[in-house]
Design a binder for this molecule. Structure first.
Ligand SMILES: *[C@@H]1O[C@H](CO)[C@@H](O)[C@H](O)[C@H]1NC(C)=O
Ligand SMILES: *[C@@H]1O[C@H](CO)[C@@H](O)[C@H](O)[C@H]1NC(C)=O
Ligand SMILES: *[C@@H]1O[C@H](CO)[C@@H](O)[C@H](O)[C@H]1NC(C)=O
Ligand SMILES: *[C@@H]1O[C@H](CO)[C@@H](O)[C@H](O)[C@H]1NC(C)=O
Ligand SMILES: *[C@@H]1O[C@H](CO)[C@@H](O)[C@H](O)[C@H]1NC(C)=O
Length: 303
């Protein structure tokens, strides 16, 4: 029977007069004159922080007397052709009457679920109901890798945050199946929801056995986001920031020495140029000019 659920659509009387009107309507509804026609469900996707539009299917060229958008028995938005709806609506929704669509803004994961479009046309007693399923997702961040080497073994932790729904870390390691358990294994995995946003942080730690040499082209994924490639147990060059710092520091020292040397040479050249009686200049001028030059120089130096 559909009559019991029909009751729910009209369950928001506030004033006694409205109650009487609704009671009459409920009586009409429940007395078998009205049936609910259910349309096939619609699926809709949204992202946390984004917006979606619910397009409620509507018969063309027919006048609508009632359009309610609900979340089961909770009224969300809508209108009645001849009545003002006093029921509070969801603040993050806007109604587009001309298109019988509802815009929903600022989605979060708690907006996931089933919604109903309830429509009644003028001159009809039956009610049309369409379910729309909304799934709200959030993209996980690109996983980051942290490694810790420890004498012949390596622990790698892969972490990604802020996703929905809960998704486990998967490791992309290509090692023949029969030796796999000796080469590497997953130590632990966790999916922790944030209490305020309900978004998940996903993390996993894996152990790698370094007695089998270096492993390259490894990565981890959470859903369809994958980390950068990494390698473990490399023997040729040490991992981590250690050698990067050494290289950077020695480069800095080399540059410093070079600059200091250049400055020193430049300074010396300058001093030489200022010194009076440079031999090469003397040879290019005649004796008289040279004497005047010397007198002037001497004068300025004495004053
Ligand atoms: C959602 O709608 C609001 C208001 O119209 C707009 O400012 C915002 O940019 C929209 N967000 C997205 C992700 O489209
Ligand atoms: C590490 O690998 C070596 C060589 O394959 C194997 O003998 C050893 O048992 C492995 N160690 C662990 C803890 O799996
Ligand atoms: C997983 O194991 C690693 C290495 O033993 C440890 O550092 C880390 O805290 C563990 N994480 C969880 C969530 O248990
Ligand atoms: C999830 O990760 C973010 C970023 O690293 C952090 O700020 C937040 O506290 C984490 N939440 C939980 C529940 O661990
Ligand atoms: C989702 O948004 C609604 C308002 O649109 C708010 O009342 C609710 O607390 C939010 N829930 C979460 C889990 O953020």
């Amino acid at each position: 029977m559909t009559s019991s659920s029909n009751l729910q659509y009209f369950r928001f009387p506030r004033t006694p007069r409205l109650s009487i009107w609704l009671l009459a309507l409920v009586w009409i509804v429940t007395s078998g004159l009205s049936v609910t026609e259910r349309n096939p469900p619609i699926h809709l996707r949204g992202e946390v922080g984004g917006n979606v539009t619910f397009h409620c299917p509507v018969a063309n060229n027919e006048k609508i007397t009632l359009f309610y958008f609900q979340n089961h028995t909770t009224f969300i938005n809508g209108y009645h052709i001849s009545k003002t709806i006093t029921r509070s609506k969801w603040e993050n929704t806007r109604l587009d009457r001309s298109e019988t669509s509802v815009h929903m803004y600022g989605l979060n994961v708690s907006h996931s679920g089933e919604y109903q479009c309830i429509i009644q046309y003028s001159g009809k007693t039956n009610i049309e109901e369409t379910s729309i399923y909304l799934s709200v997702t959030a993209n996980y961040s690109k996983p980051t890798i942290t490694k810790s080497h420890d004498r012949g073994s390596c622990y790698v932790t892969c972490t990604s945050h802020g996703g929905y729904p809960s998704t486990k870390v998967t490791w992309n390691v290509s090692v023949p199946g029969n030796v796999s358990s000796q080469v590497w294994k997953i130590v632990n995995s966790s999916n922790v929801p944030s209490p305020s946003t309900m978004l998940f942080n996903s993390s996993s730690t894996a152990y790698f056995n370094c007695s089998n040499g270096e492993l390259t082209h490894l990565s981890c994924s959470v859903g369809d986001v994958t980390s950068d490639m990494f390698s473990v147990c490399s023997s040729s060059k040490p991992d981590g920031p250690g050698w990067v710092i050494v290289v950077a520091a020695s480069s800095a020292v080399a540059v410093f020495i070079l600059v200091a040397l250049l400055l020193f040479l430049k300074h010396r050249k300058k001093q030489k140029g200022v010194a009076p009686g440079e031999p090469r200049a003397e040879r290019n001028v005649n004796g008289e000019e040279l004497i005047i030059l010397y007198e002037n120089k001497g004068g300025t130096e004495a004053s």
